[in-house]
Design a protein around this ligand. Sequence first.
Ligand code: GLU
Length: 423
Amino acid sequence: MSNLSYIDDSNGAWQTYLAQVDRVAPYLDHLEEYIDTLKRPKRALIVDVPIVMDDGSIRHFEGYRVQHNLSRGPGKGGIRYHPDVDLNEVMGLSAWMTIKTAVMNLPFGGAKGGVRVDPRTLSARELERLTRRYTSEISHIIGPQKDIPAPDVGTNPRVMGWIMDTYSSGQGHTVMGVVTGKPIHLGGSLGRVKATGRGVFITGQQVAEKIQLPLKDAKVAVQGFGNVGSEAAYLFADAQSKIVAIQDHTGTVHNPEGMDVEALKLHLEQHQGVAGFAGAKEISNDEFWLVDMDILIPAALEGQITPERAQNLTAKLVLEGANGPTYPAAEDILLERGVTIVPDVICNAGGVTVSYFEWVQGMANFFWSEEEVNQRLDALMIKAIHDVWQTAEDKVCSLRTAAYILACDRILKARQDRGIFPG
Ligand code: GLU
């Protein structure tokens, strides 16, 4: 399916993305002429990241930074630390950032980075060395006006602080704007940590209203209970939904009556995950997909909703907190079955939107209250999801294709107006 010599055909994130782009092509009119620009990354850097481990041995890790598209502004997108990271995945994730920033109409292109590592196996010192060496290796192509990294799976504000410091050392002065998702006392924005989960809730709330699914007593199942899944779940619980199932890296827990969220928070403070939570029953990871639910929030990794799982899913609404959780073939089955999917490129765009606010606040050296951040975030997300909904109605297509129509129109018009160098 891919026409790039360095990518093998497989079932990865990049191939999922390409299938999604193919679906939008018929709606692009004359801009279809430029569509190939979306089917190849502008720039992909692979770096070797050698570090001295605490025991004195040397280990090499594989790192990436891919700038998929820069037509609308600097690259923007997170950095992932995970043992499954590879070029195909980072390319897919970078492309989804291009679409995401364009759907939200943020003045950015799309990029993503990653290191193939399990961060849980490194000490804090090793993680810092890895981050600093990786930053130094990609420092030629990042910068506050070039490409601005942020957190993703396996990274956090502390890692962003090291990136900012390492990049700044190379420049000879502090450059806050090179990265977002920083700690608050280092130029971070209030509300950034919770922004992605908040956006999942806000877009979910809007769409639930459209499909007449009351949030009160709605049964919610969440896969992935990190930064995104947990915040979304807490906001749904505040809206009186029932959190009936949670799956994380420690296991799956189920309570058809809904879990006591305060007790769950206490459990999570003391343990590394949901396993062993007394307020629910442990079930197998496979059983998660069969639980009776109204709303499913996949908030872990890509490629989770397979055609087989889609066939049996009871959810009426899927809120994609993760990037790329649904295979195209599975999406067809869900749509056929009348399930509404709020696609990743809008559903989880709250994080990059507050990253944008952080970048803007940093440049102005003027910082907003958390209330102001949340108000602006809610307003942008509500407008974007309504535009996507309206486009889906007008064009009679899925919400994902509608989001791609809006995004591709903006990206390819920018491509057209910039022209092809050297002309
Ligand atoms: N990693 C997040 C995402 O996938 C946030 C990116 C950012 O803030 O730049 O959208």
